[in-house]
Design a binder for this molecule. Structure first.
Ligand code: SF4
Length: 139
């Protein structure tokens, strides 16, 4: 991982994690020893409203360890091997799209929803908002 990758990861705020049920529980449960049970973690995940986003994040970022989205490492590996990956979303934006992003952000819409609406990458949305905030142009 390069320094740029690390900075991007650190600066990427994941809104769905605000609603992560595991944040209110013992994190150790989600990272059992090799061969240990994942049952307790999966039970927590069952009641978590951001389970789908969590699983997608783990698949997109190739998270190798722990329980994410109610799936163990082995289960995610099987999913990765059997599920065709969706095409990558565009990260190059038009000026109109950047304006829409800033307008939606000012309305309080989350970054993921904006990205979904425009069918562009979440990282591109993040980049536009951060640049505007640095220039003092976004809320
Ligand atoms: S699905 Fe499970 S691991 Fe993911 S945020 Fe929710 S509780 Fe945490």
């Amino acid at each position: 991982m390069t320094a740029v990758d690390l900075m991007r990861l650190l600066s990427e705020r994941l809104e769905w994690q605000d609603d992560a049920l595991c944040a209110q529980t013992d994190p150790e449960v989600f990272y059992p020893e090799k061969g240990g049970s994942t049952r307790d973690a999966k039970r927590v995940c069952l009641g978590c409203e951001v389970r789908a986003q969590c699983l997608q994040y783990a698949l997109d970022h190739d998270e190798r360890f722990g329980v994410w989205g109610g799936r163990s490492e082995v289960e995610r590996r099987k999913l990765r091997n059997t599920t065709p990956r969706p095409p990558r979303r565009r990260s190059k934006l038009t000026a109109d799209e950047e304006s829409i992003i800033l307008a939606r952000h000012a309305e309080g819409m989350g970054r993921q929803r904006i990205a979904d609406e425009l069918n562009v990458s979440r990282f591109a949305v993040q980049r536009v908002i951060e640049r505007a905030e640095q220039n003092g142009a976004a809320a």
